[in-house]
Write a protein that binds this ligand. Sequence first.
Ligand SMILES: [Zn+2]
Length: 460
Amino acid sequence: MLKLFNSLSRQIEEFKPISPDQVGFYACGPTVYDYAHIGNLRTMILSDLIRRSLEYNGFAVTHIMNITDVGHLSGDQDFAEDKMEKSAKTPEDVMAIAEKFTQVFFDDLKALNILPADKYPKATHHIQEQVDLIGKLIEKGFAYESDEAVYFDVAKFPSYNQLTGQNLDDMLLGARQEVVRDPKKKNPIDFVLWFKAVGRYQNHIQRWPSPWGEGFPGWHIECSAMSAKYLGQPFDIHSGGVDLKFPHHTNEIAQSEAVSGVALAKYWIHGEFLLIDQGKMAKSEGNFLTLKSLVDKGFNPLAFRYLVLTSHYRSKLNFTWDSLTAAQNALNNLYSEVSTFDPNGKTIPEYEQKFNDAINNDLETPQALATAWDLLKSEHESADKLATLIEFDKILGLKIQETWENSHDVPDSVQKLVAEREQARKDKDFARSDELRKEIESQGYTLEDTLDGGKIKKKF
Ligand SMILES: [Zn+2]
């Protein structure tokens, strides 16, 4: 039985799907104006873990992840700089930036062995759905228009604070510190649904027609519109980074519930921050790390995945180069052991049970990894260890089967060197034999001499 911490109830709950046949899962995706940093990628690994855990428990999952390519402004103020348009001059520029970073994002997911979502809807491809939703909110009295924008009227939605549990007055107090530019905005915490292409956004590049004039949607409305389109409402699980709880997810809930009268999602799962040397990662701090910056230093992207698995998703993870090195070493040791295992074994129920218990207990990945290591150290047959680890890897996603296969798939050129060396040994030409061993090692393999001849193994 899968149990998950639900941010809405602030407790661990048994997962009960709305429909037993199909689980609807929506994870907030990237804003494609720059590289994803490794903190963003930690959140993506969490969404992968949720999805894999659901499937491991026998649920069929529809997994949707949006691509934000419009409307995400810097900071939470209403009229801030548009992230997508920072370095763009024409609509083609904006599209090219979005296209480039969407591709980079997909490459990162692949490198981290994150299973692809069923659909990656783009905000700019769903403008009509967003306009329709805003229209309905106005109709129902939850939204109003000013000269500059259309706002959600927070005062009309009393359960606005249901996700954060924050006192509404405190939220208001926080919001009042901001400079409110629009004199027709009723309440400082009202948020924008539609920006009109006037004033500050007079020259905004991305713009579409709407009943309120040309403009562009606010960031939050896309997730309400696209989740409803692809998953219906309510759907089962919504996830994202803890930084999205407010305002993004709070506003998604307000929009969706106001218009439909039912919950947006039943379970909300939030992943904690990744810290760098105990500090928050930010471009301005000069510690903005991408997956590429790790790979450039010679790390396997899966070492980062391994590192993420060593901490629980609701704990902050402190990234240091030492911790990544330790993760890489652990992964290499794992691969090195696995590559010696025999095939065709059976899974070991006792270990499977322990592993399932860890995962089903709110995704306790550190415990799950510990179980994998206990198994490696155990006295069981190597074939059974391999079969069990391959089962675990349905969740861990560390490419254990692939590693085993690759380590046994020795290229012809290396096989030929091994045969030549066997001959040299038979001929007692030890100088030649040593030379050939060095050549084999330089190609990434180690050679162990056994009674049956040289046994070749891939180096990790
Ligand atoms: Zn979202």
